[in-house]
Design a protein around this ligand. Structure first.
Ligand code: 6PG
Length: 242
């Protein structure tokens, strides 16, 4: 584990959501920038975060400065219950005053390969770059119980070192196609928040944080920001074995 990592353990998933929510608000408030670009994670963990942001920060005056992106999306229509966009929009983005153009949805209904190229281009056109790669102010990531992150699965490890900003990945169990940010973009972010809760993630968290050999097969193990800072937001269950 790199030494410029902060691990923040909170007793419950609800309080992890509150802590991450507060950190996002502080990041936007203190950015000193006219614009803040944040990539959201998918899956079920961030739902509590989105609901908390909508409830506690609905009237936050600077939402118009924030541009929301996704770290990955399932190749399904935006109305699908599997859509990461749908979950964030329903629980959060539809509840705050944010210009529609600030919501940069991965078009899950489009041809995956074409959408990976289109989204890469949209990111390039909108974000500053450093060392030739776009810079997100914050990327929020989840951790799969197989050690995947975003939609970079152990079976798609090559995507971590892709020369593309986005790539098409394939879920190893379902065969579902996904569009995902790749490793070089993830590691080029100013801040990366891993947000991980639940007993079922405890082994992966421990193996990654303790640099165990088995972690070398996990894409999440290679999330090491080049110039930015990595934060792990964990509940007590996910942190039990570290
Ligand atoms: C996705 C996510 C994925 C997720 C992990 C954890 O599209 O599913 O981006 O990387 O963060 O699989 O998922 P849970 O939060 O549901 O455990």
């Amino acid at each position: 584990m790199e030494n410029d990592v902060e691990v923040k353990i909170t007793e419950s998933p609800k309080n992890v959501a509150k802590r991450v929510g507060k950190a996002i608000i502080e990041l936007v408030k203190n950015s000193g920038q006219q614009r803040v670009d944040i990539a959201l994670s998918g899956g079920s963990t961030p739902k509590k975060l989105f609901k908390h942001l909508a409830k506690k920060y609905q009237d936050f005056p600077d939402w118009h400065k924030v541009h929301f992106w996704w770290g990955d999306e399932r190749c399904v229509p935006p109305g699908s219950k599997e859509s990461n966009f749908r979950m964030a929009h329903k629980a959060f983005l539809s509840q705050i005053a944010i210009p529609a153009e600030n919501i940069h949805r991965i078009k899950g209904e489009a041809n995956p390969e074409q959408e990976a190229a289109r989204y890469s281009d949209e990111i390039s056109k909108n974000l500053n770059d450093l060392d030739g790669w776009p810079v997100f102010d914050l990327i929020i990531l989840g951790l799969g119980d197989d050690g995947h992150t975003a939609s970079i699965f152990p079976s798609n490890m090559q995507l971590f070192d892709s020369e593309q900003i986005c790539e098409v990945a394939i879920h190893p169990d379902t065969g579902q196609k996904r569009v995902t940010l790749t490793g070089r973009v993830i590691n080029n972010a100013n801040k990366i928040f891993f947000m991980v809760t639940g007993m079922e993630k405890a082994s992966r968290v421990s193996e990654i944080m303790n640099n165990e050999d088995v972690a070398m097969q996990y894409p999440a193990y290679y999330v090491i920001p080049g110039h930015g800072k990595l934060y792990w937001y964990l509940d007590q269950e996910a942190a039990e074995m570290i």
